[in-house]
Ligand binder design. Structure first.
Ligand code: FES
Ligand SMILES: [Fe+2]
Length: 343
């Protein structure tokens, strides 16, 4: 779908949707549990025993490379009394040992040992394997889903065509960063899918692009924003956001990919992964410029998002109109949220 019909006036989502507990509950079940969530680069789980653990809107999951070479996904939750097994991030393990009472699980999810459990009655290990989570890979990126409503490729919509010429496989994941802010994930997403705020919020970024030529279009599965960069900007002038919560922005010689993950209606973490073609020592300065430049721009976004969220939460705001010229991506995102929640 391309939202290029002449705009009827579209009002911003009702502010209560950003703060209500029942909406948050519905989003967790109808959006975050049912969609594919970007975990990180597949290269993070390349060797036997390597794992990558993330949080999906409060549900911890991990992917682990088995000794048999297979990649498997599990809830990061012990079958005994529900403790978290592995710390978020990447690591290496033999058995997966629960820190609480030391139950241990194999990389196949099988319960190996429940020490000191006793024999009256004895535990039957086959009855208590880790709960599986679906995994899928696309062009070097790893995704997980708790209860997928469609295959990953279907969720991606027309994105594969959009990036067909991008040499993603030639890039190496070199850096990652997690940044956190006190705003609803939709406040930040609304912000990400429009360039309208660039003159007001990002003065240096504004000076580095031809803003008059900024274009935003919504497509099946994603929103594309483009603007011709002026000389010296680390961005290549194309920014993508994909349903429901991940982003991909092109650099000269690389890209960043991020996931926008809510941990409550009022708090969001954004997990960034940076990929570059040139991983040489000589390229370190250019890479640092792209990484730091990205984080500097998004910090400016967080500030305005936190203040906006506070106004929504306080009941200080009633929905205003969205720009047909610049905010079609916001409309696309909000309509998909409403459709997913059935409202
Ligand atoms: S909760 Fe994991 S061993 Fe008890
Ligand atoms: Fe921004």
């Amino acid at each position: 779908m391309t939202l290029d019909t002449p705009s009827v006036q579209y009002l911003n989502l009702d502010p209560s949707f950003y703060v209500r507990e029942d909406v948050w509950h519905a989003e967790r079940h109808k959006i975050f549990a049912r969609t594919w969530q970007f975990m990180g680069p597949v290269s993070a789980v390349a060797g036997a025993g390597r794992y990558l653990a993330i949080d999906i809107a409060g549900i911890p999951v991990f992917a682990i490379r088995g000794r048999d070479g297979a990649l498997r996904g599990f809830k990061n939750v012990c079958r005994h009394r529900g403790a978290k097994l592995l710390a978020d991030g990447t690591g290496q393990c033999g058995l997966i040992v629960c820190p609480y009472h030391k139950w241990s699980f194999a990389d196949t999810g099988r319960l190996v040992q429940a020490p000191w459990y006793g024999k009256d009655p004895a535990i039957i290990p086959e009855d208590w394997p880790l709960q599986e989570v679906a995994l899928a890979e696309w062009r070097g990126l790893l995704f997980a889903s708790l209860d997928p409503e469609m295959p990953l490729i279907e969720q991606l919509g027309d994105l594969p065509q959009e990036l067909a010429d991008e040499p993603m496989e030639r890039y190496t994941a070199t850096d990652s960063a997690t940044v956190s802010f006190d705003a609803n994930w939709k406040v930040y997403t609304d912000n990400f899918v429009e360039g309208y705020h660039i003159p007001g919020t990002h003065p240096s970024f504004y000076a580095a692009i031809d803003f008059e030529a900024f274009e935003t279009t919504a497509h099946r599965g994603y929103v594309r924003m483009t603007a011709p960069p002026r000389e010296g900007l680390f961005y290549r002038g194309k920014w993508l956001w994909m349903w429901p919560n991940w982003t991909l922005s092109l650099f000269e010689g690389g890209m960043n990919v991020s996931r926008i993950n809510p941990t409550s209606p009022h708090h969001t973490d954004q997990h960034y992964h940076f990929f570059f073609a040139d991983t040489s020592e000589a390229g370190a300065e250019a890479r640092a410029k792209s990484v730091n430049g990205t984080l500097a721009v998004v910090r400016e976004d967080y500030q305005v998002c936190v203040e906006t969220h506070r106004n929504y939460a306080a009941g200080a705001y009633t929905s205003g109109p969205l720009s047909g010229r610049h905010e079609k991506g916001v409309q696309y995102f909000q309509e998909r949220v409403a459709a997913a929640l059935g409202v």
